[in-house]
Design a protein around this ligand. Structure first.
Ligand code: GLA
Length: 400
């Protein structure tokens, strides 16, 4: 793959091969802790082995020349016209948003030819946007000879998505893409942004299967923004009544009945109940994962899906059918939606000998209901963003 990408890059940007730098950022799944990042809770995501490649070379003329492998459009962004974002620039708004945020933070951004290629299925809810933003930030800062703190990098990438692209996402995705660790999940404390890698002994009997509903989710138009507003409203109500909390995830399980009574609104009650229970599940899940207890983890996943279906109301028929079909397969420890919801993917822990049966059964149930098949990916847990090195001989062989 790398060799082929380098050949393609040299057609797009002819010149000495030793000037070219190659970077890769993964996508992510969230194993537990959904909609907790913007509520100050714990989340338990992991970087996965699909992601975004970015090949760069310093450019002598001004600007950032941007091209993706799958789109014919080639964009040149100049510092004079980078703001505001322009819809006709399509995907290039993500890398250009990163450039804009780096410059706003007074971080030097060298002019460059940038070529992108992605292996994350679009719309699957596996953070293709965060992966694209992070790989751009990492590549351009490394080209400038800088090595930024990974949390700072994640925040700049999130800022590009929030302020430039206009999607109100939290920080979980970008943090996972920067901090990911092979064969580990990450227990992230979204208040102080500390990260504890949790080993996932997957070489044992269990596989992580991602099932893409192929119903795209859309963060801009989806109820995602609405959920954030509801959470802000619930927190404001509790603050009015002097609750000594900074975030909804600070509500202790013992105090939940009192908090629900204080809200006095059935919708806000359901949202807050999800947050408090999901926070408990996430801490519990990180403990059992470290012990390799996938059976208990699976039960927590099922409970999480039900909470997201009934209390947070972000699943929808496609994800419900996928999760429930998974629950009916012997050899599946548990399954839940992952990410924002409203479309995208579910995940499941599946005993390795049951993977074929799992795929056949879930596909049959989904297809009979919706008339098209979902897509399956047996994932492994991967490292965060990094540079990819080729030997000089390998690189030379790509020149023509
Ligand atoms: C999306 C957002 C994240 C997070 C999840 C829900 O993936 O980008 O910040 O809020 O939804 O857990």
């Amino acid at each position: 793959m790398v060799k082929q990408l380098l050949e393609e890059f040299l057609l797009f940007s002819p010149g000495p091969v030793d000037e070219v730098r190659i970077f890769f950022a993964p996508g992510r799944v969230n194993l537990m802790g959904e909609h907790l990042d913007y509520n100050g809770g714990f989340v338990l995501p992991a970087a996965i082995n699909v992601g975004t490649w970015c090949l760069v070379r310093p450019r002598k003329s001004p600007g950032w020349r941007i091209k993706s492998r799958t789109e014919s459009l080639e964009i040149i962004g100049l510092s004079s016209d980078i703001l505001p974002p322009k819809p006709e620039r399509g995907f290039a708004n993500y890398p250009l948003g990163v450039v804009a945020m780096l410059r706003q933070a007074d971080i030097p951004v060298p002019d460059a030819d940038c070529y992108f290629a992605g292996t994350i299925p679009q719309g699957a809810g596996l953070s293709s946007s965060a992966s694209l933003e992070v790989v751009t930030a990492y590549a351009l800062t490394h080209l400038a000879g800088l090595s930024l703190d990974r949390t700072v990098l994640a925040k700049l990438a999130q800022q590009a998505e929030n302020d430039y692209v206009g999607v109100p996402c939290g920080l979980m995705d970008q943090l996972t893409v920067t901090l990911g660790k092979e064969q580990h999940a990450l227990l992230l404390n979204m208040q102080d942004l500390t990260c504890r890698p949790v080993p996932v002994p997957m070489q044992a009997d269990w596989a992580l299967v991602i099932v893409d509903s192929r119903k795209p989710h859309q963060l801009i138009v989806s109820p995602y923004r609405k959920r954030r507003e509801e959470c802000a409203a619930a927190l404001a109500l509790l603050h009015q009544q002097q609750w000594p909390i900074r975030y909804l995830a600070d509500i202790r399980p013992d105090d939940l009945p009192r908090a629900l009574a204080a809200l006095g609104d059935p919708v806000l009650e359901r949202r807050v109940r999800h947050i408090v229970h999901e926070q408990e599940r996430t801490i519990h899940a990180s403990e059992v994962l470290a012990q390799g207890d996938f059976t208990t983890f699976g039960r927590l996943m099922n409970a999480s899906h039900e909470s997201l279906r009934l209390d947070y109301e972000v699943t929808g028929p496609e994800l419900d059918v996928l999760a429930m079909a998974a629950w009916s397969v012997p050899g599946c420890a548990g399954s839940r939606m992952t990410g924002a919801g409203f479309g995208g993917s579910t995940i499941a822990w599946v005993s390795r000998h049951a993977i074929d049966q799992f795929i056949a059964e879930v596909q049959a149930q989904y297809e009979s209901r919706f008339g098209y098949a979902p897509a399956f990916l047996v994932a492994s847990l991967a490292d965060g963003v990094h540079e990819v090195f080729m030997t000089p001989e390998e690189a030379k062989s790509c020149e023509y």
